[in-house]
Design a protein around this ligand. Sequence first.
Ligand code: SF4
Length: 369
Amino acid sequence: MNRQKNEQKQHQTVTKTIHIGKVPIGGGHPVVVQSMTNTDTRDVDATVAQIHKLEKAGCEIIRVAVPDKIAAQAISDIKKAISIPLIADIHFDHRLAILAMENGADAIRINPGNIGSDEKLAKVVATAKDKRAVIRIGVNAGSLEKDLRKKYGGPTPEALVESALRNIDKIAGMGHEELKISIKSSDVLDTISAYRMLSARCSFPLHLGVTEAGGLIPGTVKSSIAIGMLLMEGIGDTFRVSLTRDPVEEIQVAYEILRAVGLRNRGPEIISCPTCGRCEIDLFSIAEEVERRCREIERPLKLAVMGCVVNGPGEAREADIGLAGGKGVGILFRKGKTVKKVKEEYLLDAFWKEVEAFVNEERKEGNNR
Ligand code: SF4
């Protein structure tokens, strides 16, 4: 599938459109990328600094944990310093949900299994209506309602879906329909099956994710399979890749998933070979550094970093900027044309100079159009 086709591909399952701050979710709008801070929300400076980094990486909505009153009040200062919408993540205490919205949270995420009685929920819903805040109903396998656990013998996909539907009815019945729903399990197959069932029975936007997915490798694999498969079926309006890592890496993985399934293209795509016995340059270091530098680039771009002349020139010629290694040297390509041969020690810098020149020229051309 070529890039243009990717960008034009439409999201299939049309859900109701809601807005978190200015960001539209559902209704066929582009799938939205989210993350969650891992700073202490009460530490406003640290939290704002992390949100700025995430924003730069492409995070479109941020969630922060609200464990107490001070954290809920800190939202007011955090909101003044950031430009993406903020979701307050609340457990156990409905008063924190209310306080978070009073302090400017654009949405709250509550877990119906632990927020308390219907009277408490009604107070939260009344504030959400008043403040025009979205409620994310976050059903989680780890905190499913007791009766459903008993009925289904555990947090099965059917139990998670029944919990979600029950709570949707409850909140919608209180007159609030600015809702999005997530049903999370740490099991990939259960996650897929639960979202498939829910999608067939609910028209509210769905937030996808595999909870407690693990570190970089297991978390990326689990999230890519579950989120990727659901997105390819047209299910899901927003998602978070959950990793036991710097959340900036969650955003990078999220955009790779979106690129792989042909839904969104952000930042450079790097084609690099795994190397083999034919490689005669230190390709790993070059590829790693190129990947690191690419985090600063927002526009779509195709780069190729290849080890030798077997597949190297072919891939490099297909890229906007490419390099193919030789014996202690590399050949640079730009839009299919050979630019020059460079000694290995100067290769990375020469390659990056070409990338920067290409991006700047394209920017100028764009401005002159
Ligand atoms: Fe090996 Fe060359 Fe293929 Fe890289 S491009 S994997 S070095 S044959």
